[in-house]
Design a protein around this ligand. Structure first.
Ligand SMILES: C[S@@+](CC[C@H](N)C(=O)[O-])C[C@H]1O[C@@H](n2cnc3c(N)ncnc32)[C@H](O)[C@@H]1O
Length: 197
């Protein structure tokens, strides 16, 4: 898994560099966030690696997975490439969406990218996962309603509670779900797996 991850990361970085040279920082959909990751030499981060390993160990290849607020959907594409057959990633910014869709073509990923608000889905999922879901438009009330609507019975959310909606309403979020800590000792932050009460 580690070797595959490093290989994918190299391909992803090459794609970002080419796209940046062709379109520049903003038109490419990178903006500051991905431009900084690119400048540091890795688009896929250790978080992506450990979350993908956890999902591979704990979920079935047929499970329906939604990566919300996906950005370039590097995690969604990674999940598709390691064998998950039903991965959907949503991104509301049009340029970021194009970045994610272009990346999917380069990687021959089957992850479906949608240019939509992540909180506006009517499919049901076994797992919703997100990294760095920061949005000034997202409130916990929206998130709770959304999760109750779209999670299948027994479905989960995997989230980094330290970086969810700019840390707004963090306690409320955790209080309203059954919380299972997922300790990644290698990472600075712990992630949690949540189940709707
Ligand atoms: C900080 S980036 C993180 C991208 C990626 N998840 C990562 O960890 O690298 C946050 C992204 O979430 C997107 N986003 C925020 N709220 C969203 C929403 N409600 N629906 C879809 N995309 C959203 C933003 O447009 C932005 O591209």
């Amino acid at each position: 898994m580690r070797e595959l991850f490093e290989l994918i990361n190299k391909i992803v970085l090459g794609y970002f560099k080419t796209r940046y040279n062709d379109l520049g920082k903003n038109q490419s959909g990178m903006y500051n966030y991905y431009h900084e990751l690119m400048s540091n030499g890795n688009i896929l981060r250790e978080e992506d690696y450990y979350i993908a390993c956890y999902i591979k160990e704990n979920y079935d290849a047929e499970d329906v997975i939604h990566e919300m607020a996906c950005g370039a959907a590097q995690l969604g594409h990674l999940l598709s490439l390691i064998g998950f057959k039903n991965v959907i990633a949503t991104e509301m910014d049009k340029k970021r969406y194009k970045l994610a869709a272009g990346l999917g073509k380069i990687l021959s990923s089957d992850c479906i990218i949608k240019n939509e608000n992540s909180f506006n889905q009517d499919t049901t999922y076994d797992l919703v996962v997100t990294n760095n879901a920061v949005s000034s438009t997202t409130t916990f009330a929206d998130a709770k309603e959304y999760f109750q609507k779209v999670l299948k019975s027994g479905g989960n959310i995997i989230i980094n509670p330290n970086i969810f909606d700019g840390n707004m309403n963090r306690e409320l979020l955790l209080d309203n779900f059954t919380k299972i800590e997922i300790g990644f000792t290698e990472l600075e932050y712990d992630y949690v797996k949540l189940e709707v009460l």
